[in-house]
Write a protein that binds this ligand. Structure first.
Ligand code: CO8
Length: 258
């Protein structure tokens, strides 16, 4: 893989790992980092060898938000005409699952980045928040929307309106994160989950992700109908025949599309 200025990109088996790497700025998300991140996500998404993606940061900071030094002098005309935050749509549009493995700060755009992923795994020292109000702005990359869907209105309002930061245990209680693990095992736990996912047929994994996400943008009955049609379509696949035959023959399935 090519070298990136703001990321460390590796492949561990079928898992693509992206480590945000601007430690001196606590991984503040400048436009170069976000551009590189989108580029790598596109590469992994298209690569048939890759079944799952992990995005992580450092031990002290996952990402401390958008780069304030870069944003400071922006005008609203500039922000609008260059579609400043549009790259965030690329992250959410990635079709393969992304695990955010979060240690330390996930603030502002950092919290929004984690929430654009599919599973958030938190280290015990993780801190989540939308502190934009302290800067005279508001969340701009989905914070008011995704945080509310994850933790409910009262807590999202409180976090966005006061800028209060929430620690890992509270984030777990509030359903923002799937699990909390010790800092030193964050990488291994993320890799274990990602490897497990990447060993399943890629098309099934992608369909499950798409189906769950569809539920957020449509009604329950449309979501259920969408799910059902995808379910039916899987009976046209070799992996369905293999998966069920293997169960009945009491052996491990040898999936094709993985
Ligand atoms: N942008 C730029 N630089 C930053 C940022 C940031 N968000 N966060 C930290 N840094 C820099 C500091 O300026 C400092 O640099 P220097 O050494 O040159 O002074 C270095 O990182 C270390 O930071 P601190 O000395 O402040 O470290 P502390 O351990 O004392 O504090 C904190 C850590 C609490 C995380 C503190 O750095 C902080 O409050 N950071 C800002 C958090 C914040 O407000 N984030 C929200 C930003 S706004 C935003 O995200 C809008 C979302 C829009 C969508 C996203 C688009 C990409």
């Amino acid at each position: 893989t090519k070298e990136y200025a703001t990321l460390i990109v590796t492949r561990e088996g079928k898992v693509g790992v992206i480590t945000l790497n601007r430690p001196k700025a606590l991984n503040a998300l400048n436009s170069q980092l976000v551009g590189e991140l989108c580029e790598v996500l596109n590469i992994f998404d298209k690569d048939p060898e890759i079944g799952c993606i992990v995005i992580t940061g450092g031990e002290k900071s996952f990402a401390a938000g958008a780069d304030i030094k870069e944003m400071q002098s922006k005008t609203s005309v500039e922000a609008y005409s260059t579609a400043f935050l549009a790259p965030y749509d690329t992250i959410a549009a990635t079709r393969k699952p992304i695990i955010a493995a979060v240690a330390g700060y996930a603030l502002g755009g950092g919290c929004e980045l984690a929430m654009s992923c599919d599973i958030i795994l938190a280290a015990e020292n993780a801190v989540f928040g939308q502190p934009e109000i302290n800067l005279g702005i508001m969340p701009g990359a989905g914070g008011t929307q995704r945080l509310t869907r994850a933790v409910g209105k009262a807590k999202a309002m409180e976090l966005c309106l006061t800028g209060r930061q929430m620690r890992a245990d509270e984030a777990e209680r509030s359903n923002l994160v799937s699990r909390v693990v010790p800092v030193e095992s964050l990488h291994d736990e993320a890799m274990k989950a990602a490897t497990k996912i990447a060993d399943f047929p890629v098309h099934v994994v992608m369909m499950i992700k798409e189906s769950i996400n569809r539920g957020f943008v449509t009604t329950l009955s449309e979501g259920v109908r969408f799910e059902r049609n995808q379910f039916y379509s899987l009976f046209a696949t070799e992996d369905q025949k293999e998966g069920m035959a293997a169960f009945i023959e009491k052996r491990k399935p040898q999936f094709k599309n993985r």
